[in-house]
Design a protein around this ligand. Structure first.
Ligand SMILES: Cc1cc2nc3c(=O)[nH]c(=O)nc-3n(C[C@H](O)[C@H](O)[C@H](O)COP(=O)(O)O)c2cc1C
Length: 318
């Protein structure tokens, strides 16, 4: 139950400001250990909650902090091709659940969670370029060369055409003429010199949104909340209910709230780290072996540090 939860202290560490290199050098091992433990605790704690405690509101300042952290996500050319709708109103969530979510699990998660965050991906990101350009100019952090190419390169890379309506259901044909032309152009030149990889705007935008969504889940976890990313819904219906314009896709929603019957989670105190690991292990879903995922030097080539690690484990076990 919610009473079991102690809000994670991890945000304290995540909130550390950037230090000068001289003070960073002098920072104690103890402090960096704590930061690492705090982050590892959050990573291990994050999991997809199956059930949420119904009718529990999350305080506004918590939402604000989570959304602020989410907006620090990286994105191609810093175009930030996302919007997100925070659905707290039970009535709207009920409609969304009933008319667009697929399967009972997703339906009751959408209803029970404190909110669902609906991520929208901009399928016409070139419309953001002027605004981003101005922001960048005001911030004054970029080199002149970057600013000079920002407009052209970002529009070129995002592979955008003027046929956004094709995406209106989030699933239309996304291989447009302009992308194909650019792809042909880059394919021809690629053997001669490195060229940007062309992808359609939908995959480019979804890629960026996925990164922001992960930032969101970690930020929510750091606040002691649970999340469940969901793609099991009818995007066309969802867009209709939430009046999401054709310009945007709706690739992902994240149910967020207090997990029903969650085990106690503590990762503030270093001494309790073992307990945290034990708890998170119990509910951790399986993953492929690292050696099936990570390669060294070329595709499929075993990564030496993984081999060494395995030898070490075998030696220790023997
Ligand atoms: C893109 C994406 C879509 C997902 N869609 C759903 C979904 O519709 N319903 C659901 O119950 N879980 C969904 N999940 C959660 C996955 O089932 C879960 O992440 C996976 O089983 C690994 O478990 P873990 O998140 O607890 O580590 C989704 C996860 C991702 C990343």
């Amino acid at each position: 139950m919610r009473g079991n939860w102690r809000l994670a202290g991890g945000s304290r560490f995540l909130g550390c400001s950037r230090r000068s290199s001289s003070s960073a050098k002098s920072s104690s091992t103890n402090e960096s250990d704590q930061r690492l433990r705090a982050f590892r605790g959050i990573v291990q704690e994050r999991h997809s909650a199956r059930r949420f405690e119904p009718n529990v509101a999350v305080p506004d300042h918590v939402w604000l902090d989570i959304l602020r952290m989410t907006s620090t996500s990286p994105s191609g050319f810093n175009l930030q091709p996302w919007n997100a709708i925070l659905l707290r109103d039970p009535e709207i969530r009920g409609r969304v659940a009933k008319h667009s979510m697929l399967g009972f699990g997703n339906q009751y998660r959408a209803v029970d969670a404190s909110a669902i965050l609906v991520f929208c991906s901009d399928l016409e990101p070139s419309k953001r370029v002027d605004r981003i350009y101005d922001l960048e100019r005001q911030a004054g952090m970029r080199e002149d060369g970057y600013m000079a190419v920002l407009r052209v390169a970002s529009s070129f890379l995002t592979g955008e055409s003027s046929t956004a309506s094709l995406h209106s259901s989030g699933g239309g044909s996304s291989t447009h003429l302009s992308t194909m032309l650019k792809k042909t152009f880059t394919d021809v030149l690629s053997p001669v010199q490195p060229m940007p990889t062309m992808e359609n705007v939908e995959s480019w935008s979804y890629k960026n949104v996925g990164i922001a969504a992960q930032m969101y889940t970690l930020a929510a976890t750091a606040h002691g909340l649970s999340t469940c990313m969901m793609e099991g819904y009818d995007a066309r219906r969802l867009k209709e209910i939430l009046r999401i314009p054709d310009r945007y896709g709706a690739p992902l929603v994240v149910a967020t709230g207090y997990e029903y019957d969650a085990p106690p989670v503590v990762h503030e105190l270093v001494e309790e780290q073992d307990e945290v690991e034990e708890i998170s292990k119990r509910r951790r879903t399986p993953r492929l072996d690292l050696s099936d995922v990570f390669f060294g030097d070329t595709f499929g080539e075993p990564l030496d540090i993984l081999l060494k690690d395995r030898d070490l484990v075998e030696d220790t076990a023997a």
